[in-house]
Ligand binder design. Structure first.
Ligand SMILES: [Zn+2]
Length: 426
């Protein structure tokens, strides 16, 4: 029997193990924020992989954003060396999950099974992918013990809040140095037949307009920061949104709407602060002297971040021409450059071939509308040969009644095992 057929059998024989592992992971409620049970999930995986011959390291991202004695940012890196020299394939999954939110009809941490689905917060994003990669590695080790190179499996913190206590921290330590790791697969839920090559760029900024406070019965004595901001928003509607819609990328971003540049106004706050819920009085009559919005601008690989920022400054200046007392400030909050791996990168080619072998159809290539930890591997780690590939439907991420398909997990585990065979079999 050839190696591919043996790997498929190895994974089929681990069906119950795959399900149980996924359930165990979901039942550890690694909520972020604030960052609960990180040590527990890392120790769970260290025990499992350690028993199968991996050397394991628990790494705390001391002083990363969010790290504290109460909520330490723990990461696990497990590595197993083959008996001969070769390259290293690294599977990186984040172990944190977002808040539960409302609208669940199941226990969010119960890992209930119904038919082919396992339900729970993090089922698809991304404990299902983490479990699939562990099973893929274990099946490969069983079928091909004399492999070349090395396999690494990491479970990292804080992807949902920027990854600074997780992949960014590990990358800064040189753990994704191209001399140490040559191929990275991030099993985010992009679906079992799709290869995610990268993501769009991000710029978050806070824009503030300034006015002057006065009595609300004589607003002409003040200067309303809210009216100034209203003019900013009107200018966005008139000139900026049509401009953004006209910018189209060659990146295969999904969903289709995200192939244009986008801008979301995340929040708006102006004038008197909101009172506590138990305040029973009326608001005071004041002209707003401050108004702030937070914008979330997603940009394309064809765009330049300096130009993206200049667009907003130009918009503010256009408003200023029409409003003599208009004053404003723009503060940068966060930025990420777009990232896209080449179609002919080795990990892309191997995964595409494996998808065709397992699923009998051609792989689709996609780019994510939002970012994920690939940015740190690319920018800090300087490792380009990286993709996201894993089971689950992206639309279910962060939703109530999140689930992952058992068949999808098994299929993508087969794909991952075949990638290992392609890259590491002697
Ligand atoms: Zn995720």
């Amino acid at each position: 029997m050839d190696l591919a057929a043996r790997l498929k059998l190895e994974i089929d024989s681990r069906h119950d193990d795959l399900v149980a592992l996924t359930q165990d992971l979901i039942r550890i409620p690694t909520l972020n924020p604030p960052g609960r049970h990180y040590l527990e999930i890392c120790e769970y995986l260290a025990d499992r992989l350690g028993a199968r011959g991996f050397s394991t390291e628990l790494i705390r991202a001391h002083d990363a954003p969010g790290d504290s004695e109460r909520y330490p940012r723990w990461n696990l890196v497990a590595r197993i060396e083959g008996g001969r020299p070769g390259e290293c394939v690294h599977f990186n999954s984040h172990h944190d999950v977002v808040e539960i939110g409302h609208g669940w009809t199941r226990d969010p941490f119960g890992a209930e099974i119904e038919g082919d689905r396992i339900y729970g917060r993090g089922a698809c994003d991304m404990k299902g992918g983490l479990a699939a990669s562990v099973i893929a590695a274990e099946a490969f080790l069983a079928a091909c013990p004399d492999f070349a190179g090395a396999i690494e499996v990491s479970a990292t913190a804080d992807e949902e809040t920027g990854g600074y206590g997780g992949v960014a921290y590990l990358a800064a330590q040189g753990r994704f140095d191209p001399a140490r790791v040559q191929h990275v697969i991030i099993p985010e839920p992009l679906h079992k037949d799709q290869i995610c090559l990268g993501h769009r760029g991000v710029w978050w900024a806070e824009i503030e307009t300034m006015g002057r406070i006065a009595h609300g019965s004589m607003p002409f004595l003040g200067d309303s920061a809210i009216r100034h901001m209203g003019a900013v928003l009107a200018e966005m509607e008139e000139t900026l949104y049509p401009l953004l819609l006209g910018k189209r990328t060659e990146m295969p971003v999904i969903p289709e709407g995200a192939r244009a540049s986008t801008l979301n106004v995340n929040s708006i706050h102006g004038g008197e602060p909101e009172q506590e819920a138990d305040y029973t009085g009326l608001p005071a009559p004041c002209v707003a002297d401050r108004c702030r919005i937070v914008i979330d601008r997603r940009f394309l690989i064809e765009e330049d971040l300096t130009e993206v920022k200049a667009e907003i400054t130009a918009l503010m200046e256009r408003v200023k021409v029409r409003r003599p007392t208009f004053r404003y400030e723009i503060r940068d909050l966060f930025e990420v450059q777009p990232s896209m791996t080449e179609h002919d990168a080795p990990v892309v080619r191997s995964t595409a071939a494996a998808i065709e072998a397992v699923l009998g159809r051609e792989a689709a290539y996609v780019v994510s509308p939002g970012t994920y930890d690939q940015k740190h591997i690319d920018r800090i780690g300087r490792l380009k040969n990286c993709i996201a590939y894993g089971p689950g439907l992206l639309e279910l991420a962060h939703q109530p009644d999140e689930w992952v398909g058992i068949t999808d997990m098994a299929d993508s585990a087969k794909v991952m095992a075949l990638v290992l065979a392609e890259l590491l079999a002697p």
